[in-house]
Write a protein that binds this ligand. Sequence first.
Ligand code: UDP
Length: 242
Amino acid sequence: MGTTYQRVLLKLSGEALMGELAYGIDPSVVQSIALEVAEVVKAGVEVAIVVGGGNIFRGVKGAAAGMDRATADYIGMIATVMNCLTLQDSLERENVPTRVQSAITMQEVAEPYIRRRAIRHLEKKRVVIFGAGSGNPFFTTDTTAALRAAEIDAEVIFKATKVDGIYDADPKKHPGARRFQSLTYSHVLTHDLQVMDSTAIALCKDNNIPIVVFDLTVSGNVRRAVMGESIGTIVGGSHEVI
Ligand code: UDP
């Protein structure tokens, strides 16, 4: 298949691996994500992935319960590595060569994050999964996605969610809410739209990296997104389009 993009960064929240569970990882959900990623890799697209950890642990929650925030954030980062290894296992079962690179050294289970090596893996059509966030507390894996996308020169970030894009009002509360096809970074920042945190949006804005927000729960959407089909909302346009 002819694809629009050559090198992409897919951002999966930890919750994307949870399916209908209340906590943790649903292996069948991870396997279906792996199948979709495998399809685009086999079509020749270079895929890097940043996985969150919210299905296991979030630093903010730990801090709210009285923990030291930085310590809680480190726990959150380590949680992401579990998700990375699960995803790696699923991808390799689909015969996709995969490397996990961790921002917190864990050499028994993952390579350390080395930018040039990550790029080399991508050139060799290996999926690179970035674990342990940015390695720094007080950040998020959304910001990590923006950072890694800039570092590896990805053309686009695909932000997988459970909704099919960004709306001008909450579609659950307002039946007439309209979905944006395209938005500027500034609009997202000034209206405080919950796409990614503001640090991530600002980083994408500074580096001109478009973000495509799309619904991962619809089968085939990873392929559609990579093919450049208009399936969600693209942040990074020159003006707002509904
Ligand atoms: N985290 C961090 N620094 C980073 C990335 C993540 O401290 O660079 C911690 C933070 O505590 C966060 C947790 O890891 O709550 C899990 O990441 P995130 O909440 O971004 O996961 P997602 O919402 O995507 O599942």
